[in-house]
Design a protein around this ligand. Sequence first.
Ligand code: ADP
Ligand code: MG
Length: 373
Amino acid sequence: MDSNPDSGPSQLPTALPIKIQGLTKKYGSMYALDSVDLDIKSGEFLTLLGPSGSGKTTLLMAIAGFNRPDAGSIRFGDEEMILKAPHQRGVGMVFQSYALFPHMTVAENIAFPLKLRGVAAAESAERVDTALATVQLSGLGDRDIDQLSGGQRQRVALARAFVFRPRILLMDEPLSALDKKLREQMQIELKHLHEQLGVTTVYVTHDQREALTMSDRIAVINEGKLTQVDTPHVIYNRPANAFVADFIGESTMLPLTANESGGLQFDDHLIAHDHAGDAGSEWSLVIRPERLFVIGDEVIDPEKTVVFPGVIREFVFQGDTAFALASIGEQHNLSFRFGTDSSSSQDTLHPGDSISLGLHRSDVIIIPRDRKP
Ligand code: ADP
Ligand code: MG
């Protein structure tokens, strides 16, 4: 009999929640992680998104047990992990560099974690076959690693990470070495694989579109601090601060000032009627380029729509969409984007034209004004 409790072929592992509290990691005097609190739900696909050097890998490695934080706690379920070695944590890991064993075949690579755990040969062979089928590499078990393409290698690395049925799967920029087309295909495949395995997954990327595509929730990290943790929808539509608004998607920011009656103004445009800001306090209006529209002959209800009169400065056709820049007032520009189907205004916009741009009040995003670092 196999003594490994989770090795029965029909048994699915139970996913585990991860609770991170006050996690701090310093390199010299630099905080790579600065008091990070993060609750990851059981079975969730959570993406850590941030620019290069923001602390993503440091956080992932701390969860895996490959680095020792200076302070804080990491719990899997009820169990404190902070002092445990990587092999005691039972996490599956996929790296950007694949980290496959070049002298082993595909099947031997995938079987490696099973061998470490003492799984019997017959069962191991069966699980490797299932894992190969899951990543669509059936029949390639006897190949050498150097006979595989980049995409196939990444699938082998994935299969090796989940073949032992970890309750937590960690992936550090696993698709960044692939070309755009394959990367987009693999994003969808990984999402399906996650649904199939039901395993709690922490995924690292610096690619905001990838994060929006794949995640249940996104944790945005900057300089070792989490700046917002929320669903892709909320992160995009309700960014909490200038960093998130700027890093995720395209946006224009206009300066707002609170007036005496608590409304927010941009020049003489009233953007919001009542806002909690003290008179004179400074805010920013975040405008997504695809939320602006050119107003034609239609009647506009100013209660529902903010109207910006402007002059077209640039117009660029980009295939599926067109991009335009309009100046509004003396000092500000608004960029906007629209579809290029035959009903759009692409043929009627030229530099120098006066136009009116509309923004539905429900698309108004207001954030505290940030002094740019
Ligand atoms: P990311 O994965 O988001 O690109 P990292 O977690 O790798 O960022 O790094 C966060 C910060 O910590 C960076 O400033 C990086 O230079 C620094 N850092 C990472 N690992 C080490 C190390 N072993 N020694 C010194 N500094 C490090
Ligand atoms: Mg990294």
